[in-house]
Design a protein. Sequence first.
Length: 193
Amino acid sequence: MKDPLFYKIVRPLIKIFVKIAFRPTYIGLDNIPKEGPYVLSGNHTNNFDCILLVSCTKNVIHFLAKDSLMKGLKKIIFKNMGIIPVNRSIHDKGALNNAIEALKDNKVVGVFPEGTINRTDDIIMPFKIGSVKMAHDTDTLIVPFIITGKYKIFKNNLTIEFLKPYKLKSDDLTKENEKLMTLISRKLKEKRQ
C-alpha cells in the first residue's frame, strides 16, 4: 500500500489550519512512534478529529471511515487521503483485513473504536473490537489518545493527549478491548475533574 501523495501535500496545510483555527494543546507527542506500524485509537468527539490527528504526526494515517465518504466528489478527496472505507451496517471484515494489510506494510491506522461521534452524555460509548483485533493480529502497538474540549475558532480550549503505546498482553480480545476502553475512559474522567 502506497502512501497517497495528496495526503503528503495537504498535511502541512492541515497542520497550519488546525494550529491557527483551533489552537489545540498537544500532550504526549513523544509517545507517538516515529514510524509505523501502530494503531492510533481514541475517543471521537467531532468530524474534525481526523484533521486534529493529522496535525500531530508526519506519518500518513489511514483512517477507518464510513463508506459513504467514498461517494460522489468526496470520493476523490478521501480516497486520496488513504482512508479505509467501512460499511457500518455490517460486520465489515473487508475493512478490517485492509487495515491489517496496511499495518503489515508498516503503515499507521487511525481508529475511533466508538464507531461514530459520541453525542451521548456518557464519557465514551462502548468500543467496537476492531482496534485490538488488528493490533493483536499484527503484533502492533496501540497508541491511545484522548480528545477533550471543543472545536471553537480561536478559543484555545481543545486538547489532544497521547498516552504511552503498548502491546496487547493476552489473546482475550474482549478483555483487551475493555482494558483500552477503561484506560481512555479513566483518563477522560481525570480531565473532567
